[in-house]
Design a protein. Sequence first.
Length: 233
Amino acid sequence: MSEVKISAEPRTEFGKGGARRTRRAGKVPAVLYGHGEKPKHIALPAREFAAAIRRGGANQLFAIDISDGTQVLALPKAIQRDPIKDTFEHVDLLLVRRGEQVTVEVPVQLVGEAAKGTLIVHDHDSLSVTADATNVPDHLDASIEGLEAGSQVAAADVQLPAGVELATDPELPVAAVTAAPTEEQLEATLPEVEEAAAEAEAVVGEVTEGSEGAEAGAPAAEQEAGAEAKAEA
């Protein structure tokens, strides 16, 4: 994977308030660490960082030029996103060197088509691999072409690019091929589904009625309490 050059500037404000101000300025709060060095707090341009991640994935290699004169290579180690705004909240970056071996999680894509009448269960959508920091693949391909029901794809079956080694259990299941249910099987389970839906609807109805009853009874209870208070008076 080719590296992406990106500028950065040191951060002097920390905590939630400082991070919010950094994001409002169109930047992503980030921390650089690794190689026994003291963590360095920086801010990355949000638009450029997002574009690089969209193109290269979560393992995109960055050549970071910091405004204090520091130049480093780094890989994203942890990325925090806002699930609603789909923006980057914070990034942890791991310092790396050319030729250094790193262990990272790489996404696995299923390619090909299994036999007719089957369903695919994707058990693990990423695998841990070891590779040169400057040659981390953006994804791995796992073939399911022509596989019959009952077949499985393990980590060892995934073809790895040159220079990339598996760092997880070779028997880790990646995908399983099962037989698709027939129309008869689907029809047989339909009464059970309808019964479960009816029971759920009945429970919701009971809860709703109980809630309405409690609300209706509240004024009466208040009147009774008021009458008792007057009697005592």
